[in-house]
Design a protein around this ligand. Structure first.
Ligand SMILES: Nc1ncnc2c1ncn2[C@@H]1O[C@H](COP(=O)(O)OP(=O)(O)OP(=O)(O)O)[C@@H](O)[C@H]1O
Ligand SMILES: [Mg+2]
Length: 345
């Protein structure tokens, strides 16, 4: 057995194989600190809410954090910011540990192989991902796993481009970042991240319209579509403007980073756009339109967005972990069309 784990700024997800099915477990990567009280005690003891008590404080983590934040008039806090562990959150590590333990569970055997997603270094910010990646590695090792980082963009290639020989451009539009990876027969030839994603869209929209960020996020996640039929002036109009700006910024950076020599002459490159931020209807078409207008040094065979954009990264990490296991398992019990197998052909 092996597992995949997507450690994201907003969501932490695990993936494991159960027969022919892939099983996902998901929690929000957020928490709230509330004062310990009889009322809190009662609410927590009667439910399955994920929490820990420390002295006179209680920390509610994961999906329930938001409910408790509303009831107790507190703000939710996040262990990660812009794709990596937050340097401004002193409780980041214990909180992310608690959420991850719940999402990934115990290893099914000692030193079970676990591939966890890690972003590439951003090209538009000074931050380094090394500390984040190493901290997660030691945390997962302490839980009894044998962890291995996998680039977030590469995970997208593993999950969505198996039928294209793991060749193409994978883009994960997350909350804190956008991760880009170009791979050729399962070998990454270019990878980078951009320190903008859904959070950036929310913050810009909130500022422009004078709306609280949480309100903007819920409008965006509820029924927002990129159809450009909404009137200018409201939250949805502003969201559309910043969405379009994010796409252009990402495309501009890809155009700048891609090296023509990376691509075999005559190859039409398939593009996959995924991640929570790619969810709204119209995103795929808008991205394809803007890509067409860009001066890319190679031709694009098409832009595709998966049915379940939130699952791509965890699922790709699982594919990578299983295919590595398959290599070392006799009788090839694991997938025979995994990336390694393809790459050798
Ligand atoms: N239906 C939806 N419509 C629009 N945006 C959505 C929708 N559902 C989720 N999002 C946004 O997607 C983002 C979360 O996506 P995802 O889980 O892929 O990010 P993450 O992996 O946690 O972050 P990162 O990869 O940047 O560290 C958030 O900005 C969230 O608001
Ligand atoms: Mg992500």
């Amino acid at each position: 057995m092996a597992k995949g784990l997507d450690v994201g700024t907003m969501n932490i997800l695990s993936a494991r194989q159960d027969g022919t099915e892939t099983v996902f477990v998901q929690q929000r990567n957020s928490f709230v600190e509330i004062e310990y009280s009889d009322m809190a005690e009662q609410m927590l003891s009667r439910s399955e809410v994920l929490h820990i008590r420390k002295d006179d404080k209680v920390y509610v983590v994961g999906d329930d954090a938001l409910n408790f934040a509303n009831i107790f008039s507190e703000e939710t806090r996040r262990p990660m910011q812009q794709g990596i562990l937050s340097s401004e959150e002193s409780s980041a590590i214990p909180m992310i540990k608690l959420i991850t333990e719940q999402v990934v569970g115990e290893p099914s055997r000692p030193n079970e192989r676990l591939y966890y997603s890690s972003p590439a270094d951003p090209i538009d910010s000074e931050v380094s991902t090394l500390y984040h990646e190493k901290t997660l590695e030691s945390m997962l090792g302490d839980m009894g796993y044998d962890p291995e980082p996998i680039n977030e963009g590469m995970s997208v290639i593993y999950s969505e481009l198996a039928d294209r020989n793991f060749t193409g451009l994978g883009i994960s539009f997350g909350a804190g970042m956008t991760n880009v990876c170009l791979a050729y027969y399962a070998v990454p030839v270019m990878k980078f991240s951009i320190a903008r994603g859904g959070d950036w869209v929310d913050e810009q929209t909130a500022q422009a319209t004078g709306t609280p960020v949480d309100k903007v996020t819920s409008v965006k996640e509820d029924d927002f579509e990129l159809d450009f039929r909404t009137d200018v002036g409201g939250v949805e109009g502003a969201l559309a403007i910043y969405y379009e700006n994010l796409l252009d910024y990402v495309i501009e950076n890809i155009t700048r980073e891609v090296d023509e020599e990376d691509i075999e002459e005559g190859l039409d490159v398939p593009v996959v756009v995924t991640g929570g931020t790619s969810s709204p209807d119209g995103f795929e078409d808008l991205f394809a339109d803007h890509l067409e207008d860009a001066r890319m040094p190679f031709s694009i065979s098409g832009v595709h967005s998966p049915e379940e954009p939130m699952y791509s990264v965890a699922s790709g990490a699982l594919v990578a972990a299983r295919s590595e296991e398959g290599e070392t398992t006799e009788e090839g019990a694991e997938p025979d069309s995994g990336p390694q197998a393809e790459a050798e052909q």
